[in-house]
Design a binder for this molecule. Structure first.
Ligand code: HMG
Ligand code: MG
Length: 323
């Protein structure tokens, strides 16, 4: 393994909570984000600026964003709070809050050392059927939609992540998603100004051999590992194996959710992301440094699972607490 530093993007408060059936009080969401910010994790997905009719659990994102921008920082680390935006309207809502609070995005690279920074994630899909289900448009239309969002984000100094969903399997079109299609969309997002693209196994159908094949296709398309992140859902229990394939290929940024929360509302049956606790445990075993505290993360996984009345899906989290 050529570098021993790995970055974890904690997606629990967004990818995790978006799929919960039961309504979750905003205070619980904020408490989750504040606790996560004290674990050493430096990027946290805090919500989505999407219509409530599409994803009801994300309806409190505007309030959460305002609270995070105006409250004292929960930790000494600079924390990047990331919000999903599906269209320009979503970004305009975020910018309005930033302007009203007077807190700039202050993306990395700026001179000052901000306590918090604001980022967005844009998303496209590798299959037409998923694109339609998740964003109500074709892949080409979604990329057109993304152009002005990325451009506006740049003028506001907002760091941009891109997502390519269903990169290793689609709930409608099956597991055989064309790796070169994923590579094309990844390259397009980077050209449009994404600072990093997270290639997502939305359904968890990915296997280690197909992950390696996909990573080769990304490399063949000229995409640098430093521009990539990997986002594995753990539906078939393959997320850690696929993570290892990513690590061996040289990728050093991975998305995960505390307690393995979540799933995608437009991917029926898909379970949560690989749990952050399992990921940290694996990184620790390999001598890789994420800077995130496993015991602290495990306590949060147990707490939020209890709050939500669901089982804690992190094996390493449960084992850590049982020791
Ligand atoms: P649409 O219905 O075609 O949108 O949805 P529209 O432009 O026709 O607008 C419909 C209504 O929504 C209008 O209001 C708009 O004003 C309003 P009305 O006139 O009916 O009163 N509206 C908005 N309201 C608030 N915020 C907005 C917004 N935009 C429009 N931003 C749309 C198109 C893209 C909006 C919809 O398809 C959508 O929100 N999709 C996102 C669904 C989603 O959040 N999915 C889960 C996240 S992605 C994911 O989980 C995958 C990921 O984890 C990676 C992986 O694992 O694959 C990232
Ligand atoms: Mg996801």
């Amino acid at each position: 393994l050529d570098s021993d530093h790995v970055r974890i993007v904690e997606v629990g408060p967004r990818d995790g909570l978006q799929n919960e059936k039961k309504s979750i009080p905003m205070e619980t969401k904020l408490e989750l984000i504040r606790r996560l910010a004290k674990t050493g994790v430096t990027t946290i997905e805090a919500g989505s600026f999407v219509p409530a009719k599409w994803v009801p659990q994300m309806a409190s994102t505007a309030e959460i964003c305002e609270q995070l921008l105006t409250s004292p920082p929960p930790s000494e680390n600079t924390i990047a709070y990331n919000y999903l935006v599906p269209n320009i309207k979503g970004l305009e809502s975020l910018v309005k809050i930033m302007d009203a609070t007077g807190v700039p995005a202050d993306s990395p690279g700026s001179a000052s050392k901000a306590a918090t920074t604001t980022e967005i994630s844009l998303f496209a899909a590798a299959t037409e059927a998923f694109s339609k289900a998740n964003t109500n448009c074709t892949i080409a239309e979604s990329l057109e939609r993304i152009k002005p969002i990325a451009a506006l984000a740049k003028t506001k100094n907002i760091r941009v992540r891109g997502y390519v969903s269903v990169a290793l399997g689609c709930p409608y079109e099956g597991p055989d998603v064309d790796p070169s299609k994923v590579a094309d969309i990844t390259a397009t997002l980077l050209e449009m100004g994404a600072d990093e693209v997270s290639v997502a196994d939305t359904t968890g159908m990915g296997t280690a051999p197909r992950t390696m094949e996909l990573l080769q296709a990304l490399k063949a398309a000229g995409i640098a590992n430093s521009d990539l992140a990997l986002h594995f859902h753990d539906t078939y229990g393959q997320a850690l194996l696929n993570t290892l394939a990513g690590l061996e290929h040289g990728v050093r940024c991975f998305d995960s959710s505390v307690g393995g929360l979540g799933g995608c509302p437009y991917s029926v049956g898909a379970t949560g992301n690989v749990s952050t606790e399992d990921l940290i445990h694996t990184f620790n075993s390999l001598g890789l440094h994420s800077g995130v505290d496993l015991a602290e993360m495990s306590r949060i996984g147990a707490w939020i699972s209890e709050e939500l009345g669901r089982t804690n899906d992190s094996r390493a989290g449960k084992a850590t607490l049982a020791r």
